[in-house]
Every structure is written in structure tokens, then in C-alpha cells.
Design a binder for this molecule. Structure first.
Ligand code: G
Ligand code: MN
Length: 402
């Protein structure tokens, strides 16, 4: 199987339809592939030998050759290229051709039915690209420099006596990669943290988000801010002071900020950790234990460390409408947190039913697609206003069952 190349990836396509060839050429060129398009099997085989392509986009219906014969020949030649089957046959025939190709040992990435949308092909090309050339640290450094990192904001509700209102936003980092599209932190955060870039990325998010929040405060939109921090970064003894300087610079009070700490199982019990966390709390900054309820958080940390909020993981909240066991667990977690003096935020609220349940269970904050997905900063004010002007279904008194 083909991996790590440093050259521009090479793509060879075979399709007897000239128009389709043009589309493939345009899509793949935009995705930064070096593209060669062929229309006959003879031409294709010839180019194949010379080019040794990283990707082959293959039509299985070209005049005078049988598609399966084509695949067999590629397998017999020991072709290692990633293969995307793009053909006009019906879905079941495509599926069985794909199965045949995989069984013959070809590296099939996927199959698409013609006519296809450019996005279908570019999706597969991104997949191929991530396999042949994984992102590395210099890519990330360049991205930071070139301003490809952007912060999106997801509104979070807080419950008052009679309504759920948006009272804060969670800052979520995204990488707008020019060829690979929008990348989520999971695909690149590790790169940064292993190479000391974690701190640069965290500082970037904090400063960008504080500036936004200040802007909203100035126009009367009084939103709190939540920023994610990986436990591995709580080793930097100067962090609380750097944060204080940033809060002062952007004139945002510490009480408006909550740091959501994830993978807390990694938090060391070194005195330095307690020193950092306690100093943050003294500045009235909130500390949430993020993704609580899945493998990376532990019960004892809830009371050993100075957390002020438990954030229940979305994998639990998503199941509220279907699973009685989940409802029992979530209720018990909320109860536990309250008894320990923590507030509770539920993430992953996708349906009204879940919000109703959380209202009845006395949950303090809620976040999820039901309210809003993460959005661009410029859209935040409209979404906040839209939510509060449409209070009908959000009134706690109406939403609470019984
Ligand atoms: O726990 P963490 O901070 O990683 O969670 C934030 C992530 O969860 C974001 O990437 C966001 O896109 C995603 N997310 C937010 N709301 C929902 C939701 O309602 N359902 C699902 N599945 N994901 C969500
Ligand atoms: Mn979070």
C-alpha cells in the first residue's frame, strides 16, 4: 500500500467520455493533483507504465474492454495506486465490481456512480491525500502563519428560572485547508501538542476569541466564553499570568471565561498542576471537566481538582431519547455534580426531547445541534437573537414534563 510521498500526487484517469474527463481534470487539479486524462484503454495502459500514479480514477465501461478484465489486469500487474471507480453502471454492479477489485488485492478507495457531483470525487481525493501524505508539523506551522486556522463558535444555553437562553459560546478551532477542506481539531491537534505547537495554538484561540467576545460585549451582547484546553498543556506555570494579561488587554473579566479541560485522565497530580488550576480559579475563571462520562475522565478528579463544572459527553446525551439506562446515568451524574458543588453542562443536545429531559433533571447548561452547530463569529448575534425571540418551545415551564 502506498504511503508518504513528497512529490505532487499523480492522478491518471480513464474515461471514454471527454466531458467527464474534463470534470475529473478540473476537480483533481484544484485538489493539487498532477492530472493525466485518457480515453482509451490502450492509452491508459501506456501512461500507467510511465506515470506510476498515486491515484487512478477508473470508468469500468469503456468501448472494447471489459471492466472486470481491466481490474484483473491492474491486479496482475501489481498496481499499488489508490483506485476510485467512477462509472455509470447500476449501484449493485458497481458494488460487486468494487468487491472483486478489493478481493484481487487492489487498493480501492471507493466507487461513485456517474453522473457524480464534483464534491463526491473531491471527497475521495482528500481521503487519498490524507493516506499518501499525512499532515505534518511544518504543514501546521505554515497554516498558523498563513491564517488558515479559524475559530468557530457554538452557542451554549443556560437555564434561568423560566427559560433557556444563550449565555456563552464555545470556541472551536478549525483548519481551513486549501486542498483538504475543513479539518477538525482531532486531525491536527496531536501534531501541535507533540511539537510544542500546542501552546501557540491555544494562545491563538484564546486571543482570537477574547477579541470577539469583547466586540460582542461592546454592542451589548453579554456572552461568556469557553475555550478547550488539553490536559497535557496544564504544565506551563506561566499560563495563568499570560491569560490574565490577555483578559486585561481585551477587557474581559475572568468570570466570563471557562476553560474546558479534556483528557483529564492525563492531568498529573504534580503540585504544579494544582498550582496552575487553583490560580486560574482565583482569577474567577471557570474550569470544566470536559467529555465527562467517557474514557478520558475520572470520578476522583471531580473533587480532587478545583473544577467548577462537569461537561457531560455528547455520546451520553445523544442517547437520552432512546435509552432508559442513559437517562438514569445522566440524572445521576447531574445529581452527583450538584452535590459536589459543580454546575453541569450537557453537550450533544440534538433534539427537543433531550432538552426537555435535561430541564426536568435540573441541568444548568446545554449545547448541541438542536440549538446551533458551531458557526462563524459573524453569525453569532443573529443566532442568539433568533433563539431568544423564538421562546415558545424553550420556556422551562412549558418544556418541563409533569
Ligand atoms: O467535547 P468537545 O469540546 O470536543 O466537543 C465539541 C465538538 O462536538 C465540536 O467539534 C462540535 O462540532 C461537536 N458537536 C457539537 N454539538 C454537537 C451535537 O449536538 N452532536 C454531535 N454529534 N456533535 C456535536
Ligand atoms: Mn469542549
Amino acid at each position: 500500500m502506498r504511503t508518504a510521498t513528497n512529490h505532487q500526487p499523480v492522478l491518471l484517469s480513464l474515461d471514454d467520455d471527454e466531458e467527464i474527463g474534463k470534470i475529473i481534470d478540473a476537480v483533481a487539479t484544484k485538489a493539487d493533483f498532477d492530472v493525466t486524462v485518457t480515453q482509451t484503454a490502450g492509452d491508459f495502459y501506456e501512461r500507467l507504465r510511465v506515470l506510476d500514479p498515486d491515484v487512478i480514477v477508473l470508468d469500468l465501461q469503456v468501448p472494447e474492454v471489459d471492466g472486470i478484465e481491466l481490474l484483473r489486469r491492474l491486479a496482475e500487474t501489481g498496481v499499488e495506486s489508490w483506485i476510485v471507480i467512477a462509472t455509470g453502471m447500476d449501484r449493485r454492479t458497481i458494488a460487486s465490481a468494487k468487491e472483486y477489485a478489493l478481493k484481487s488485492g487492489l487498493n480501492v478507495v471507493g466507487a461513485i456512480q456517474k453522473p457524480f457531483l464534483p464534491e463526491d470525487l473531491s471527497g475521495f481525493l482528500r481521503l487519498v491525500e490524507s493516506r499518501i501524505r499525512p499532515l505534518d508539523t511544518p504543514d501546521l506551522e505554515a497554516a498558523i502563519e498563513q491564517g488558515e486556522l479559524v475559530v468557530h463558535y457554538q452557542p451554549v444555553l443556560r437555564r434561568s428560572a423560566d427559560a433557556w437562553d444563550v449565555d456563552s459560546v464555545e470556541a472551536l478551532l478549525r483548519w481551513e485547508h486549501p486542498q483538504r477542506g475543513m479539518l477538525l481539531p482531532g486531525t491536527f491537534l496531536g501534531l501541535g501538542e507533540d511539537h510544542g505547537l500546542g501552546r501557540a495554538m491555544t494562545d491563538f484561540v484564546i486571543r482570537a476569541a477574547l477579541e470577539r467576545v469583547r466586540g460582542w460585549h461592546v454592542v451589548g451582547l453579554d456572552l461568556g466564553l469557553r475555550v478547550n484546553l488539553s490536559a497535557g498543556l496544564i504544565t506551563d506555570i506561566e499560563f495563568p499570568d499570560r491569560l490574565q494579561v490577555a483578559l486585561m488587554e481585551f477587557e474581559v473579566p475572568g468570570s466570563a471565561l471557562t476553560l474546558e479541560i479534556n483528557e483529564t485522565a492525563m492531568l498529573s497530580e504534580h503540585p504544579k498542576t494544582f498550582d496552575i488550576l487553583t490560580r486560574l480559579r482565583l482569577k474567577e475563571i471557570g474550569l470544566a471537566i470536559d467529555d465527562f462520562g467517557i474514557g478520558y475522565s475520572s470520578l476522583t478528579q471531580l473533587f480532587k481538582m478545583p473544577f467548577s463544572e462537569m461537561k457531560i459527553d455528547k455520546s451520553l446525551i445523544e442517547q437520552i431519547p432512546e435509552s432508559e439506562e442513559t437517562r438514569i446515568s445522566v440524572e445521576a451524574l447531574i445529581d452527583l455534580a450538584h452535590k459536589l458543588g459543580l454546575s453541569v453542562c450537557a453537550e450533544g443536545v440534538e433534539r427537543e426531547q433531550a432538552l426537555d429531559f435535561l430541564t426536568a433533571a435540573n441541568c444548568d447548561s446545554a449545547q448541541g445541534y438542536y440549538v446551533s452547530p458551531p458557526i462563524l463569529a459573524k453569525n453569532v448575534p443573529d443566532v442568539v437573537r433568533g433563539w431568544s425571540s423564538n421562546t415558545g418551545s424553550r420556556r422551562v415551564t412549558r418544556a418541563a414534563p409533569g
